[in-house]
Ligand binder design. Structure first.
Ligand code: UD1
Length: 338
């Protein structure tokens, strides 16, 4: 059985579906702080399987240790975490407490459960401000631009230390910008997310936000807005299964591997708006604002290592990402009215 933390969240729920479709048994864990237990119903509608859900906050070590031995856990996919760059600049302690303490408690749980396989949701933010694109895993990590980013960097280091002590095999998946949704429209990003570009763009498209803000048009990029590497959440979910299979095939304990998960292509914020408008035939109102604290000008991935070692590559296009995201938004808003 695989324990997935953050299982009712955006990436977690898509990953659970992918694990089930590969025949894995899953234990879902979440504190439901930014997601809903209804995701478990959606997963059941899609897969026909109802996964057990433990509603536990990873900061609460006692509750977590209470379930040691309750399930036969052979591996952990740790996705739970706070994710807003801007919020982390304003409330750093919230991020260190949740993302770092949460990981430490989970590692103690794994130790007591005699479970040594860990997949960790990391982020391209661990590279900090990068001069040369695309980014390869061989590039040393730097102090990220935000406390959020720093929690990911510190988490990778904690995992490395445990692995060096012979306690763990791990793979850190460094996501670039996951967007898009399952074709059913039943799973998707938290519509209350007021930090990331896509949820806000969707709100602007559905009329729940008057205007989208574009943070900065004076970066050294082709139209002055920031460049990011957007990758379909279904591709991200697939990478977790491949990573878990790889972890199982590795016998040495002192192993921590890191893989970039990106499409290899960078798009500016303005290009994203235009692509969304074109594929979905809908106009987005936006205006340019000042730069946002913590943002880097440009980042996109070299994902060759994931291709070579995980046999992973992206299957979905930008249009797939943007149309599936819009489909999800419409499904969500329709159900919300009833
Ligand atoms: C950052 C991390 C990423 C992490 C994510 C989690 C970096 C380089 N990336 O993504 O690894 O998974 O946080 O939250 O640190 N934007 C607007 N208007 C908006 C919202 C966003 O213009 O209303 C712009 C941002 O300035 C940015 C782009 O859209 O250039 C994407 O922003 P966002 O979706 O928040 O993700 P990142 O900050 O790139």
């Amino acid at each position: 059985m695989i324990l997935v933390t953050g299982a009712t969240g955006y990436i977690g729920s898509h990953t659970v579906v992918e694990l089930i479709s590969h025949g894995y048994e899953v234990l879902a864990l979440d504190n439901l702080s930014t997601s809903r237990a209804a995701a478990i119903d959606a997963i059941e509608s899609i897969t026909g399987i109802r996964v057990p859900l433990e509603i536990i906050d990873l900061k609460d070590q006692a509750s977590l240790l209470n379930i040691v031995g309750k399930y036969p856990i052979e591996g952990v996919i740790h996705i739970a975490g706070h994710l807003a760059v801007g919020e982390s600049v304003e409330q750093p302690l919230k991020y260190y407490e949740n993302n770092v303490n949460g990981l430490i408690n989970l590692l103690r749980f794994m130790e007591l459960s005699k479970c040594e396989n860990l997949i960790f949701s990391s982020s391209c933010t661990v590279y900090g401000e990068v001069q040369q694109m695309p980014v390869k895993e061989s590039l040393p990590t730097k102090r990220p631009n935000s406390p959020y980013g720093n929690t990911k960097k510190i988490s990778e280091e904690i995992i490395e230390d445990l692995s060096a002590a012979g306690a763990l095999k791990a793979i850190c998946l460094r996501y670039f910008n996951p967007i898009g949704a399952h074709a059913s429209g039943l799973l998707g990003e938290n519509p209350d997310n007021v930090y990331n570009l896509l949820p806000l763009l969707l709100k602007a498209a559905s009329g729940h936000l008057q205007e989208l803000k574009v943070f900065g048009n004076d970066y050294p990029t082709k139209d002055g807005s920031c460049v990011r590497d957007y990758v379909h959440v279904l591709d991200i979910a697939a990478a977790h299964v491949k990573a878990f299979q790889r972890l199982n095939s590795i016998s040495t304990k002192n192993t921590v591997e890191k893989f970039n998960l990106g499409s290899g292509k960078g798009y500016t914020v303005i290009e994203m708006i235009q692509a969304f408008e074109k594929i979905n035939q809908i106009k987005i109102k936006y205006h340019v604002e000042a730069r946002r604290d913590g943002d880097v000008a440009e980042i996109y991935s070299d994902s060759k290592l994931a291709f070579d070692k995980l046999n992973w590559t992206t299957k979905y296009t930008l249009d797939d990402m943007l149309s599936s995201a819009w489909n999800r938004e419409k499904t969500f808003r329709k159900n919300e009215l009833h």
